[in-house]
Design a protein around this ligand. Structure first.
Ligand SMILES: CC(C)(COP(=O)(O)OP(=O)(O)OC[C@H]1O[C@@H](n2cnc3c(N)ncnc32)[C@H](O)[C@@H]1OP(=O)(O)O)[C@@H](O)C(=O)NCCC(=O)NCCS
Length: 191
């Protein structure tokens, strides 16, 4: 019998790498993150402005965080799809999911794009790709957890049909030690 993991591998082989055209006519490649991407991924996150990094779930400017991700790369728990241009990573979207427990029908998406590639549709296309993978895996809901400061991410979610379902007051402690709210955005995939 075909398992969820077999299905995922089949999907990744069938769909990637793939060329994606952005709104300004430039071309990027989408593919799953690989073990040899550590340097490029660290550079991508190092180049993010502090205002973007400050409320992300992990301190992506810390090389140990990236090293840890690469070391633990395991597509059946966290599936990262990266966008590359001229061999540089310019976007990263991850689908976090767990086949066991009470969240087995859910996935969580995290998304970041390079500042020089923004407002060209890259964030939209990467998120749509990850949503498609979540659908193929049979997930029923996907979430995005953001702080109210991440206005662009909120607009992106709204555009793609996510609804704001909860606000946890003062739930996040940002990189600068400031408490901020957590906004939970959910999209139902079979609605
Ligand atoms: C959120 C983010 C991924 C969007 O990436 P992007 O490549 O600019 O995305 P797109 O070009 O596809 O824009 C998607 C939508 O977001 C909105 N948007 C994004 N940037 C915007 C801006 N500067 N002004 C107004 N709307 C904006 C628009 O609704 C846009 O859709 P439209 O162009 O069809 O109107 C990017 O801004 C980012 O990496 N931010 C920092 C990290 C973050 O907040 N991650 C989310 C937490 S997991």
């Amino acid at each position: 019998m075909e398992t969820a993991l077999d299905k995922l591998v089949e999907l990744l082989i069938k769909n990637y790498p793939k060329k994606v055209l952005l709104d300004d006519g430039s071309e990027v490649m989408f593919r799953p993150l690989r073990k040899d991407d550590g340097k490029s991924l660290a550079e991508f996150f190092r180049n993010l402005p502090l205002k973007d990094r400050v409320c992300l779930k992990e301190d992506v400017s810390d090389p140990m965080v990236i090293e840890n991700w690469i070391w633990n790369l395991d597509y059946d728990n966290v599936l990262p799809i990266v966008a590359t241009h001229d061999d540089r990573i310019v976007g990263d979207a991850t689908l976090h999911f767990s086949p066991i427990g009470w969240t087995k029908h859910q996935g969580e998406i995290r998304i970041t794009t390079d500042v020089n590639y923004r407002v060209k549709g890259l964030g939209t296309r990467l998120t749509q790709d990850v949503i498609h993978i979540a659908q193929e895996l049979g997930l029923e809901q996907i979430s995005l957890e953001i702080s109210p400061e991440l206005q662009e991410a909120f607009l992106l979610c709204q555009k793609l049909g996510f609804k704001q379902e909860a606000v946890l007051k003062g739930f996040i402690m940002d990189l600068e030690g400031k408490e901020t709210d957590l906004v939970l955005m959910i999209k139902h995939l079979n609605a």
